[in-house]
Ligand binder design. Structure first.
Ligand SMILES: [Zn+2]
Ligand SMILES: [Zn+2]
Length: 345
């Protein structure tokens, strides 16, 4: 099969012919329906060789995967050929620790830094992917498998970040989503579904802000130096009980802290690499600063179930797998509307 792979650390990925995978005991080969592009892929592509330690390239990119079970290895129970599935990408999780047993394999206490499809393991930018254990598969029933792909990271990441913040988001409080692209549009919908909060979307793109309104934002604010002041005005000066930063550069983090209420919670899911000083005098008293990475198998099941009920609008920009380079180029230059998903021909 032809896969889109990082052949060595540093240079751009390329298409390469590789053998079709076969499942060993307990493993499952999934025929890929869709494989999403994520901002993390650019970080993966730009790492130097020292980062990869035990899992150096070459490997196939793509960690947002959905499809159909193609072949199960011996001893694999619960799945049959043809079952539609989404793939939980926390492949380096142990499956036995407290976090794993709580459904938070993304926070496994024993996992290494490297270990997801497309991040050390062969990922989904290919016709088939070898899933190392059946426990990473979440059945999706009648949900469109192409639309299910972005739920495995973009969807589940914002869902888990919001679910854990729910005790501090009450009806009438304000929840802000900074960056309403591939991740943030899910966040707006989850806030709408799960809370009674007043929802404010912040972005630099008027088109995305318009979408955010359609997806449930009550107010929208353009990015910029006075964005935090505008949010404060919308909250009668109180500030936001919850801010989700889906971008994570210096400017968005500054806006987030300046918009936060006392005892507010700022959750950072955007891997933009920015920072802010964590300082007793520069934070609102009682503020909580949290990072969140992916969501784990339980959260993925809940997001899939919510989508199956028709409660989620999933915006996908579909590309054939052989147009992977074009898809990444469109992503890098801001030409996507939703999440780009590669579809093997
Ligand atoms: Zn990702
Ligand atoms: Zn674990």
């Amino acid at each position: 099969m032809i896969a889109y792979r990082l052949l060595q650390a540093g240079p751009q990925p390329e298409f390469q012919e590789v053998p079709d995978p076969r499942p060993g005991p307990g493993q499952v080969v999934v025929r890929v329906a869709g494989s999403g592009l994520c901002h993390t892929d650019f970080t993966v592509i730009s790492r130097d060789l020292g980062y990869w330690k035990d899992h150096p390239p070459p490997f196939t990119l793509g960690h947002e995967i959905s499809g159909w079970v193609e072949e199960v290895g011996t001893g694999t129970k619960g799945f049959q050929r043809g079952d539609a599935v989404a793939v939980n990408p926390s492949w380096a999780s142990c499956g036995r620790c407290h976090m794993c047993r709580s459904g938070e394999e993304n926070h496994c206490l024993h996992q290494k830094a490297i270990g997801a499809p497309g991040v050390g393991y062969d990922g989904g930018h290919a016709p088939f992917v070898l899933v190392p254990e059946a426990r990473f598969l979440v059945p999706i029933g009648g949900l469109d498998p192409v639309e299910a792909a972005p739920l495995t990271d973009a969807g589940v990441t914002t869902y888990a970040a919001i679910k854990s913040a729910l005790p501090g988001i009450w009806p009438g409080s304000t929840a802000v989503v900074i960056g309403v692209g591939g991740l943030g549009l899910y966040a707006v919908q989850f806030l709408r579904q799960l809370t009674g909060a007043h929802i404010v979307a912040v972005d630099s793109s008027e088109a995305r802000l318009k979408l955010a309104r359609e997806y449930g934002a009550d107010n929208v604010v353009s990015s910029g130096p006075d964005a935090a002041d505008q949010i404060r005005q919308l909250t009668g000066g109180v500030g936001a009980a919850f801010v989700l930063d889906c971008v994570g550069v210096n400017a968005t983090l500054s806006t987030a802290v300046a918009a936060l209420s006392w005892r507010g919670r700022l959750t950072l899911v955007g891997a933009g690499g920015g920072s802010i000083p964590f300082d007793f005098f520069k934070m609102p008293p009682g503020a909580q600063l949290v990072t969140s990475l992916n969501g784990g198998g339980l959260a993925l099941k809940e997001v899939v179930d919510m989508a199956a009920l028709g409660r989620l609008r999933i915006l996908v920009d579909r590309y054939p797998l052989n147009k992977a380079k074009q898809a990444y180029d469109d992503f890098e230059h801001g030409r996507l509307v939703g999440r780009a998903v590669l579809i093997p021909g």
